[in-house]
Write a protein that binds this ligand. Structure first.
Ligand code: HEC
Length: 425
């Protein structure tokens, strides 16, 4: 190529790429709306909003940095193993767009008019809950810079059995609420535990071994605006049940208060299809005992009993604590078909997410579920709560360990494979 022509070509290319620095309103906002604003908006749980150009421009290089490292958006399940309905993963091209935008001075460009952010507003879609169940009193999070894991008992006081079609956990202190697990108790034996430390051996919760009416009723992390099922689907709320709330608060340098609540939308009549939990816990581990010696990396294998009837899975939630490293689950049908469920290579205790299947996922009668979890109890694990490492076993406290695989399911019906139950936020 003659030099002049080369220059012409290259200079043109240079001018063209310069001219094409992505703008906020042109290319960047759509990426942020799809992947960030469910959390990075007022009330969304993340530390700052990115809804306007000004919000985003001020943090452009930070945004480019955390996305390039894939630290944000938080997503831990391997999409090549299985992709999920609530999956948020940026493509390499999207990461590159954010990088070029930040590197090119983070221009705003021209707004194209009002943007439809409202669809992400759960409150707008589902106005008034039928009942709101608050924590009995505000809780003071101590200003001692330590994470807090607390149990709260929220009596519902409902006279009759109810069916819940919509459920939304409403954190009272969005800056400090990090995750929440809701369970149900009908014995009322846990009421004196209100406000106690999760895992404290003195609590009724730990001592009595109460059989909960539901060991898992709902899970919340930032960005979760609630679950609202289509007509005909609902969860049971037994009469006069207490909601047992297990709260994780981030550390705070100053005292702060929280009074979270649970918003409920009831189905007008008993549902045709009851949404139920299916929980595999440490009892199903095949290589017992569930003990992780100090200075070791250990794998535990869990195997379910054969599933007694055809079921359709809605969601999956693996649960481990700080020593957790990786988690993998799959199912084997009686015909020896392998159904891949979830694979997390880099477990992050802070993000106890509920992974929603894209469509109802059928497990035929006789299917066996297998899971494998790896725990790193060495000093090389930066999350290890003990230094030097200590032998660790089952318990509810953060410094204990757990291995749970929690599903929500309905009994199978013809055609479930095409059904998608969840709204998009
Ligand atoms: C599921 C909710 C959620 C989504 C989706 C999400 N974030 Fe975040 N983000 C958070 C939370 C919560 C934090 C606070 C730090 C933490 O808890 O890990 C945070 C922190 C950040 C930080 C500060 C990091 C630091 O070290 O302080 C940046 C920058 C950020 N997010 C950018 C983004 C961008 C850009 C996207 C989309 C591409 C995004 N986030 C998607 C919840 C989310």
């Amino acid at each position: 190529m003659p030099a002049a022509l080369g220059c012409l070509f290259l200079c043109f290319f240079w001018v063209k790429t310069r001219a094409q620095t992505p703008t906020y309103y042109g290319q960047v906002q759509p990426i942020l709306l799809a992947n960030c604003t469910p959390c990075h908006r007022p009330g969304g749980g993340a530390p700052f909003p990115v809804l306007t150009c000004e919000d985003a421009t001020n943090r452009a290089s930070f945004i480019a940095h955390v996305t390039a490292r894939r630290y944000m958006p938080p997503w831990f399940a391997d999409p090549d193993f299985r992709s999920f309905h609530n999956q948020k993963i940026l493509t390499n091209a999207e990461i590159e767009t954010l990088r070029q935008w930040a590197g090119g001075g983070a221009p705003c460009g021209i707004p194209l008019g009002e943007v439809a952010v409202l669809q992400q507003d759960f409150e707008k879609n589902h106005p008034a809950p039928d009942q709101e169940v608050p924590m009995q009193q505000p809780f003071t999070i101590p200003g001692n810079n330590t994470e807090q894991f607390r149990i709260f008992i929220l009596p519902t006081g409902t006279k009759e059995e109810r069916y819940v079609q919509g459920i939304r956990f409403q954190p009272g202190n969005l800056e400090l609420a990090h995750h929440a697990r809701l369970m149900l108790d009908t014995t009322h034996l846990l009421r004196s535990d209100d406000g106690s430390e999760a895992g404290d051996t003195a609590t009724q919760f730990t001592r009595l071994g109460v059989r909960l009416a539901s060991q898992f009723w709902n899970g919340w992390v930032p960005g979760n605006f609630g679950e609202f099922y289509p007509d005909g689907f609902a969860k049971k709320l037994p009469a006069n049940a207490d909601i047992v709330l297990n709260m994780h608060y981030s550390p705070s340098p100053v005292p702060a208060t929280d009074q979270s609540s649970v918003k409920l939308w009831f189905a007008p009549k008993p549902p045709e299809r009851l949404v139920k939990p299916f929980i595999l816990d440490e009892n199903w581990i095949v290589n017992q005992p569930f003990v992780i010696p100090a200075d070791t990396v250990v794998s535990f294998f869990l195997r379910s009993p054969p599933i007694p009837t055809d079921i359709s899975l809605l969601s999956v939630l693996p649960h481990m604590h700080l020593l957790g490293k990786s988690f993998k689950a799959y199912a084997l049908t009686p015909d020896n078909d392998v159904i891949l469920l979830i694979k997390i290579d880099d477990w992050n205790f802070k993000w106890q997410m509920t992974y929603q299947f894209e469509h109802l996922l059928k497990l035929p009668k006789g299917t066996v579920v297998y899971a494998e979890a790896v725990y790193d109890n060495t000093a090389a694990n930066p999350a290890n709560p003990h230094n030097p490492p200590r032998e660790t076993t089952y318990g509810w406290a953060t410094f204990n360990e757990m291995m749970n695989l929690i599903f929500e399911y309905v009994d199978y019906r013809e055609g479930d494979e095409g059904l998608s139950l969840f709204e998009k936020f």
